[in-house]
Structure formats: structure tokens, C-alpha cells
Design a protein around this ligand. Sequence first.
Ligand code: GLN
Length: 448
Amino acid sequence: ESIVHSYLEQIEKHKDLNAFLEVFTESALDQARLVDQKITSGKAGRLAGMVIGLKDNICYKGHAVSASSKILGGFESLYSATVVERLLAEDAVIIGRLNCDEFAMGSSNENSAYGPVKNNLRPTHVPGGSSGGSAVSVSAGMCTVALGSDTGGSIRQPASFTGTIGFKPTYGRVSRYGLIAYASSFDQIGPFANNLEDTVLVLEIMAGKDPHDATSSSKPLGFSTEIPAIGKKKIAYLSEALENENVDPEVRAMMEKTIADLRAQGHTVEGVSFPYLDYLVPTYYVLTTAEASSNLSRFDGVHYGYQSPNAKGVEQTYTLSRSEGFGTEVKRRIMAGTFVLSHGFYDAYYTKGMKVRRVLKNKTNEIFTQYDLLILPTTPSTAFEFGSINDPIQMYLQDIFTVHANLTGNPAIAIPHGMHSNGLPLSLQIMADDFNEEAIFSLANQIM
Ligand code: GLN
């Protein structure tokens, strides 16, 4: 209970960052008292003492959830996400729900219906998105761990901008049941933390087969909080990623230094050619907008949340509730997705996108038959100023290094790694073969 109180104080102190949309003071303190009793009687679970924040697209029974959208205003979850059930079963305390880009669409947290989240390291700058509230809550010490969702980098990119660790598991490693869907074949829930031990512990507890999510896997994680030591590894980097003109020179220098350091430690590090860098972002946006347009059709002003008070009849209820309830970026993506799925354009865009996705997966598999790990920058630059990127295409290019792992389903971590001369953190991304999270954590542990 005292831990919860000290986090509540931190949350109060950092109110102006706008990271929390709601603090679950009452249920958190109730749960904390219960856990205290269990500790006294020696029956506490593995997460006793851990205080966790949820991105506002993860359901917690009896609590509001809005995906930071007006369209879910007033909606309360009727059930908990599987990840939440599993964390609670190990005696974690859920402290509140965290601001994010509306329906997890964005790279800067400027798309929330409840205002932007400020970067605690530099409040004039964005915290990244879409899980910006989750990143800031961990970076500023408002909870021990926060959950985010990563469809194209929404955990790793804000981790990069706030100097925290962010992990996207292999697609299927963690159940998506109870996560408000953006693009179902890309979405994964994952943790933000300040150290690897917490990251692994929470992952281990969340991972595994869930009968409610047919895409979840029963493959064992294969290791526990005792992160295995790393032997000499074969590590690849993408040659084109270092040559890319959008990459900040200091990000490139960080990569070059990392490569040299890893070689000095006895690893083999080699550049591999990946001639598809320019196709990653377009393919990602064709396929995710298609899935989003379908997933978001359920918000019709009847089943959930907001209903336009100005509507007469069913037809108007649909159109006005959606026009008034969704924000600009969400509408843009629903329209783009509806277009790529429409008769006459389906083959040219959606089918083509699926084919490119297969090519990307094959090439990535090929890399992992020859190498244990792949290192990349997490982001092309450090956190940028609010309002400085107004062109959606420029914003989408922020995701150039993160969407890869979602297109192919591979696991990937972002770890803080050095400092830019502008005083903001740099971040290294490590990717591995499907379900080889172990290799990622071993290398991260050696580097950190
Ligand atoms: N920035 C990307 C997008 O806007 C990633 C979002 C995410 O991972 N949820 O789609």
C-alpha cells in the first residue's frame, strides 16, 4: 500500500505531463491491501509490489477504456484483457489508464482526443507515440512498468524518445484478447520498464496460449528472469539503414560505435543488404489502414460509447456518431483503408501489399538463417518538438525502422543507448528470429 501511495504522489506531481487519463486510486489501493495481506501470510504472487499502468486501449473490467477517442466516451469494460488477468493473478496493482494517440494511430501523441502527452525529459518535445503516456509514466517514475501496444513501433519509438526500455514480443507470444484492435495481424501488447529484469518478468507472466486469441502461441519462452549469458554471436545490421538520408548523423554514429564495440567483444558483426527499406512504410500503411477500416467499423454509435445527440434514425446515428466521434487521423486511415479494400483497387493495393509482406518475411527469415540477431536504430532521430511535423507522410516516415518487425512478426526491443549532443536519449533496436526473445535479452543485457 505504501508503494502505491508513493506512486500516487508522483502522478500528482507530474500531472501537467498529461500521461494518465485516469488514476484508479480506489481499486489500486484495494488491491494493494489484499496483496499486503498475502505478503504477511507468505502467499504473495511474483508481481507483489509491482505497480502497472495500462495504455488506454487495454480492457480492465469495471473500468473506463477509451483508446483516447471521443467515440468511446462513457464506455466501461465488461471484461479484462487476458494480460490484465494474468498480471492481477500474480498480485500486480493496476494504477490507471494512460493517454495515447487515438486508436493507437500516431507517432507523437498529438492525436489524442484528450490532449498531447508531454515528454518528461523535455516538455516542449513529443514523447513519441502512440504509447506516449505509457513511456512517460515509466520514464518519470509514475509506475514500475506500463503496458503499451505496438502495431508499427508504438512501444519502441516512445521508449526511444523517453530513454526507457520497450519490448514488442513475437506476434502471437502475448494474447491480444481485450486489446482494442487497430490492425489485428500486426498488434502486440508489450511492456515498458526501466530495467531488463522487470521487462522479462512481465513478459513471462503475460506470455502463452490463450483460448480467447486463436493467434496466440503455446511455445514456451524458454528462459526466466535469469537472463542467459550470451556467447559469441553472429549479428547483422542493414547496410541501407546506415546510408538512409533521413537518419540523424549522431544516430548513425551511435550505430557505428555499437558495431565496433560488439566486434571488440568478440561477436561477428556484418552488414547485410536489405533493398526494401523504401517499401516498408508504404506497405505498412496499405495493410494497417485496411485492417483498421474493418476493425473500426464496430464503432457505430449503437454498440459502444458515444452516440450523436443530433441524429435522427439509424443511418444518421451511424454517420453523425462517427463524424463527431473520430478524430482527423483516424478518419484519414479509415478512408485510406476503405479505398485500398474497395472493388477495383483491392488487387492493386491490398493484394500487392500482402505479396510485398511475404517478400519481406522471406528476406528476414533468410537473414536469421545466417545471423542470430539484427541491430538497427529504433528511430531516425531523437524526440522532436510539438507541431514540428505537420505532413502525415513525414510523420509516417518516423516509423521506417520499427514497422519492419510488425510486418514480419519478429520480436524486437528498444534500449536506451547513449545520448545525443542535444541532450536527448538515443536508442538501439535489437531484433531476432520468431520466438527467439532469449537472444534479444541476452544481447541487451550485455550492452546495458
Ligand atoms: N506510428 C505508427 C502508426 O501510426 C505505429 C502505431 C502503433 O504501433 N500503434 O501506425
